[in-house]
Write a protein that binds this ligand. Structure first.
Ligand SMILES: *[C@@H]1O[C@H](CO)[C@@H](O)[C@H](O)[C@H]1NC(C)=O
Ligand SMILES: *[C@@H]1O[C@H](CO)[C@@H](O)[C@H](O)[C@H]1NC(C)=O
Length: 184
């Protein structure tokens, strides 16, 4: 390895480690939602945190309030994933609560994370669904209590409700059945 590269690594590595992502989850966490803190592994005990939503169904373009609470926490990374593609975050987050922010993994504001490592008792943000039907979704999150203590795999399912379309379909099948019975 040449000495320039070596020097760069020696400078960059400690800076990243010391910083500990206090201003939000790093890019590397976009897919697996792992904080990748040096020497930290996910807790296997039951998480003290939970995700709650203002509605367990949604329609395209609708907004849901997502809340994270439990014990005090320093950091989080939370996204909505469609059940047909569990790798790409969908929708957009707005009005992140104090000491949290929205960030971009694939598209603008598709991820909600902390902006500062101050202990938070509770956090919330609004999530707006894409305008096209993405089917059922799941909010997925990793929540960081301290640099070495975090829980992954927080999930909250929200099902797609294509209300009008189903209604029209049921009406159509109903009328067809009546027509078949009457005409026979
Ligand atoms: C946040 O979402 C809720 C629905 O959960 C909605 O009533 C409220 O108007 C939204 N707030 C903003 C600022 O968009
Ligand atoms: C985080 O931001 C708040 C203001 O929103 C500030 O009071 C606090 O000192 C900050 N904490 C850290 C660890 O930077």
């Amino acid at each position: 390895m040449d000495s320039f590269l070596m020097t760069c690594l020696l400078i960059i590595v400690p800076v990243v480690t010391i910083n500990g992502y206090s201003t939000g989850a790093p890019k590397g966490a976009c897919k697996n939602l792992m904080p990748n803190h040096e020497g930290a592994v996910a807790q296997t005990t039951t998480s003290p945190y939970s995700i709650s939503v203002s509605s367990t169904t949604y329609k395209p373009g609708e907004t849901i309030t997502v809340t994270v609470k439990g014990e005090l926490f320093k950091g989080l990374i939370l996204q909505a994933r469609s059940s047909s593609d569990d790798t790409t975050p969908i929708g957009t987050f707005t009005i992140p609560s104090t000491n949290t922010k929205t960030t971009k993994c694939t598209s603008d504001s598709d991820t909600w994370t902390h902006s500062n490592s101050t202990n938070k008792r509770e956090g919330s943000a609004n999530w707006t669904a894409p305008s096209t039907n993405m089917g059922d979704i799941t909010f997925r999150a990793t929540i960081v209590q301290t640099k070495l203590k975090f829980w992954t795999n927080h999930e909250k399912a929200v099902s797609a409700q294509s209300g009008l379309r189903y209604g029209v379909w049921i009406l159509f099948v109903g009328l067809l059945t009546v027509a078949m019975v009457v005409c026979n």
